[in-house]
Design a protein around this ligand. Structure first.
Ligand code: PMP
Length: 384
C-alpha cells in the first residue's frame, strides 16, 4: 500500500497521456517529424556566396542533399511513388511486398530507406560502374542489389529492363510472399508530380516568386519537368535551363528537338557513362518524365567533366560545400548562365547529393584543398 506523496502518484497511463499532450504542445511549430518520411522536403535554399559575389547575380541552390531519408531529391520521388501505389491498393505497408527499381543509385537508396520504414522489401538493379558507395549503402539498408554491366535500353539486361522483368517474375511466382511492384521512375507520373507539388512550390515560396531562371540536370527528367510545369504556370518569364553532361542526348533534344543525327537509332547508344564521370544526369532516350516538361525548357548548357571537377573543388574551397558530380554540373551551368545574363539576376539551381557518395570516383585522385588554395579562379573553372 502506498502512503504519503506516493499515494497521489498518477497512473502510468496518465503520465504517458500528459507526456504526449506536452509533446503535441511543444511541437506546435512542427519541429518533431513523423519518422524519416517527415524529414522529406522543405529543404533550405542556400545562397552560394562565392559564386554570387563573383558573378554579381544571386545564385541560390536548393539543398536537396538535406532530404532526410536517402539524402537526395529522390526522397521526394520515392515517397510519391510509394504513397501513390498505396492509395491505388498496389502496396500494403508491413505486408512484405517488394519494390523493384532500376536506378543509378539515388532513387534506390531513397526507396530502400523508406521501404525499411514502411515494412517493404527493396530489390535494386543498377549499373556496375556507379560509385561503390551507393551499392554499399543499399546493402547496409538491407536492399537486394543486382549490379549489371552497363547496356543500352534496347538490351533486356539493361538495369531498368531487368528491374521490370524481376517485378514480373515476382508476380508470376506464386511461391513468393507479398506482391511485387516495379517503381518505374523514368515513366511514372508520380515522379514529376513530386517536384510539381514539392520542389517547385518550395522554390516559389522561398524566393517569394522573385527569380529569373531555374537550372537543373536531368536523369529521368522528373525534377526539371515538375519544377518547370509549376514555375512557368505562375511566372512565365522564368527561364528554365537544362545542364547536360558529356554524351547525353538531352542537349540536342532541347536545342534542336531531336536527340541524334539520322545515322544513330534512338536507344541504341549506352547511357552517358562511357563519356563522363558524372553520375545521375544525362540520358540518351526519351522518357515520359522529361517529355512532359520539355517544351517549357528554354535552353541547354553543356558542362564537361573538367569543369564539374573544378567547380566541386571551388565550392569546397570557398563555401565549405562538398557535393557530388550532378550538383557540380548544375553549379557550372548556373554560373555560365549568370555570366551571360549579366549582374543583378537571381538564378536557382539544386545541390542533389553529397560528395561523400562519390569519394571513390568523382572525388578520387583530387589533391588536398591546401594544394588547391592558390590556383583556382572562376574563369579557370569555366574554362579549365
Ligand atoms: N542528381 C542525382 C545525384 C541523381 O541521382 C539524379 C537522378 N538519377 C538526378 C540528379 C536527376 O534527377 P531527375 O531524375 O529528376 O532528372
Amino acid at each position: 500500500v502506498l502512503t504519503g506523496a506516493w499515494s497521489n502518484r498518477p497512473s502510468k497511463q496518465k503520465i504517458r497521456k500528459r507526456q504526449l499532450e506536452r509533446l503535441a504542445q511543444l511541437d506546435s511549430n512542427g519541429d518533431i517529424k513523423e519518422g524519416i518520411e517527415g524529414c522529406i522536403g522543405k529543404t533550405p535554399l542556400i545562397k552560394i556566396k562565392s559564386l554570387s559575389e563573383a558573378t554579381g547575380c544571386e545564385i541560390l541552390a536548393k539543398a536537396e542533399f538535406l532530404n532526410g531519408a536517402g539524402n537526395s531529391p529522390k526522397d521526394r520521388v520515392a515517397l510519391s511513388i510509394i504513397e501513390t501505389a498505396e492509395e491505388q491498393g498496389l502496396l500494403t505497408p508491413h505486408s512484405g511486398d517488394t519494390i523493384y527499381e532500376g536506378t543509378v543509385g539515388s532513387t534506390g537508396i531513397s526507396l530502400a530507406a523508406i521501404c525499411r520504414a514502411r515494412g517493404y522489401k527493396a530489390h535494386i538493379c543498377m549499373p556496375d560502374d556507379m560509385a561503390v558507395e551507393k551499392s554499399d549503402l543499399l546493402l547496409k539498408l538491407g536492399a537486394e542489389v543486382e549490379r549489371v554491366r552497363p547496356a543500352p535500353i534496347v538490351d533486356q539486361k539493361q538495369f531498368v529492363n531487368l528491374a521490370r522483368t524481376r517485378a514480373a517474375e515476382h508476380t508470376a511466382d506464386l511461391s513468393k510472399s507479398g506482391r511485387g511492384l516495379f517503381a518505374d521512375q523514368f515513366e511514372t507520373e508520380a515522379n514529376w508530380r513530386a517536384h510539381f507539388t514539392g520542389t517547385g512550390p518550395e522554390i516559389y515560396d522561398q524566393t517569394s516568386g522573385c527569380l529569373d531562371a531555374f537550372v537543373s540536370g536531368a536523369g529521368t527528367g522528373g525534377t526539371i519537368s515538375g519544377v518547370a510545369l509549376f514555375l512557368k504556370q505562375r511566372l512565365p518569364h522564368v527561364q528554365v535551363v537544362l545542364a547536360d553532361p558529356p554524351g547525353s542526348g538531352l542537349y540536342n533534344r532541347v536545342k534542336f528537338g531531336v536527340m541524334f543525327d539520322s545515322k544513330e537509332r534512338e536507344g541504341t547508344r549506352r547511357r552517358q557513362q562511357v563519356d563522363t564521370i558524372v553520375e545521375g544526369i544525362g540520358i540518351n532516350r526519351q522518357t515520359r518524365n522529361f517529355e512532359v516538361g520539355r517544351e517549357l525548357i528554354d535552353d541547354a548548357i553543356r558542362v564537361n567533366d573538367d569543369q564539374a571537377k573544378a567547380m566541386a573543388r571551388w565550392l569546397v574551397k570557398h563555401d565549405g560545400i562538398f557535393v557530388g558530380s550532378s550538383s557540380a554540373v548544375n553549379c557550372v551551368a548556373a554560373t555560365k548562365l549568370a555570366k551571360s545574363l549579366g549582374p543583378g539576376h537571381r538564378i536557382v539551381t539544386l545541390l542533389c547529393d553529397s560528395g561523400v557518395r562519390h569519394l571513390s570516383k568523382f572525388w578520387a585522385n583530387t589533391e588536398s584543398i591546401e594544394d588547391i588554395e592558390s590556383d583556382l579562379d572562376l574563369d579557370e573553372v569555366l574554362n579549365p
